[in-house]
Design a protein around this ligand. Structure first.
Ligand code: B12
Ligand code: SF4
Ligand code: SF4
Length: 337
């Protein structure tokens, strides 16, 4: 059977989680997406055309099935480094940029498959038009946790999702796994900004992951809750019991070899664009550029006690960058008062 062959090839090339779904529209969440857009809760990182988001055949006309993959990035940090003034990176930005890792895996899968079958395809990770989590849910890869993440029974929620639209008629997994959260509310209780308003309902605009990526102005009320997070936020997954006693990732490329999982704030402030590219160029969290990370570093310095780092804040202020000015000015003004 074609499908079994695909699973066999995928496992051989290190894709541990795989499922198959049909190309029908996401009727279940169409209305939800519309309401979200009306409430101005869509982020600047999403496809704006809602029709495109909910209908796979608008992306690939002849699509007959969708292969969905999951790759765990849950590694223990064996590269912890001692840094004087540190900011934190979410696990999703520890090693090599996952967009490349998953694309490489899916391209290898397609190359191998093409030795056995003739077909057309389109593949995506994260930046595609469709809703990756809904595809994963529909393909039986995992269930929605109350923290919105897709949780796989063997690997937990620290998994990235990718998908291949194809005109092959592969047998699909027409089942969805029911939520296994039960009475647990640990993620909702732990969220620093209360972005998780209720089970599975997130206000993305106040999620720290969003705040570390947006170029919009962040209020003092929100920035004071960002702690030392320089890119992403893992809180609602770190507290999750479904991420305990599970299989860890075998993908060593997600190890934080270069960074140790942290940002050296002093180094970040002083490094040139070229040095930044050399050190952080292939990490997922650098996609918004150095200035956004520097803005988050200013916020981190404020949260750990600006009075001890006034020289660094003044150095950043002197760079005269529009995105950084409001934060530096606020801190320096508060210091004088
Ligand atoms: C925009 C975006 C964000 C935004 C908004 C997130 C969000 N929840 O919408 C921000 C910047 C905040 C963000 C943060 C993160 N993201 Co993001 N993000 C995306 C992106 C590009 C689009 C997501 C989207 O369309 N959201 C809009 C709607 C559809 O989501 P929603 O409002 O939450 O609605 C859902 C729920 O209501 C749910 N639902 C429906 N019925 C039910 C029923 C029950 C019982 C429950 C519980 C839920 C539920 O279904 C809806 C549809 O999925 C996707 C990639 C992609 N193209 O899909 C990655 C993606 C979702 N992100 C991902 C990751 C890893 C993260 C972070 C963990 C990164 C980090 N460490 O900082 C955090 C997690 C935050 C969180 N708790 O969700 C992964 C998720 C992998 C996984 N295992 O689930 C994705 C799939 C990227 C990828 N390809 O791997 N992200
Ligand atoms: S990623 Fe952080 S801020 Fe966003 S919902 Fe989870 S805990 Fe809350
Ligand atoms: S912390 Fe609890 S409620 Fe939240 S996703 Fe994990 S199991 Fe579900």
């Amino acid at each position: 059977m074609q499908r079994d062959k695909v699973v066999e090839i995928a496992n051989d090339i290190g894709i541990e989680i795989i499922g198959f779904t049909h190309p029908g529209p996401f009727e279940r969440i169409e209305e939800q997406l519309k309401q979200r857009a009306l409430a101005e809760r869509s982020t600047e990182f999403e496809e704006k055309d809602l029709d495109l988001r909910v209908d796979p055949r608008k992306t690939m006309e002849g699509c007959n099935s969708i292969i969905v993959i999951g790759i765990s990035y849950n590694l223990e940090n064996k590269y912890k480094t001692k840094v004087d003034i540190k900011g934190s990176l979410s696990k999703s930005s520890w090693g090599r940029d996952y967009h490349f890792v998953l694309k490489d895996k899916m391209e290898s899968l397609v190359t191998e498959m093409k030795k056995s079958f003739d077909f057309n395809h389109k593949l995506f990770v994260d930046t595609g038009p469709l809703i990756d989590r809904e595809l994963a849910y529909r393909a039986g890869i995992g269930y929605y946790g109350k923290n919105c993440s897709i949780i796989n029974s063997d690997y937990g929620s620290f998994i990235f999702i990718g998908y291949i639209l194809t005109d092959l008629e592969l047998e699909i997994d027409d089942y969805q796994i029911k939520s296994q959260c039960g009475d647990c509310t640990l993620c909702l209780d732990a969220c620093p900004t209360d972005a998780l308003e209720s089970p599975g309902i997130l206000n993305p605009k106040i999620c720290i992951s969003y705040l570390t990526q947006t170029k919009e102005l962040i209020s003092e009320e929100l920035s004071s809750r960002m702690g030392i997070k320089i890119y992403g936020c893992d809180t609602c997954q770190s507290v999750c019991p479904k991420n305990r006693d599970i299989q860890l990732s075998s993908h060593q490329e997600f190890n934080p070899v270069k960074t140790g999982g942290v940002i050296d704030i002093e180094e970040l402030v002083l490094m040139s664009k070229k040095q930044f590219k050399e050190k952080y160029g292939d990490m997922a969290g650098s996609w918004r550029g150095k200035t956004v990370l520097l803005r988050n570093a200013v916020i981190a310095l404020e949260n750990i006690g600006a009075q001890n780092h006034i020289d660094l804040i003044e150095t950043i202020d002197k760079k005269n960058v529009k995105l950084l000015k409001p934060y530096c000015s606020r801190i320096l003004k508060n210091m004088v008062e």
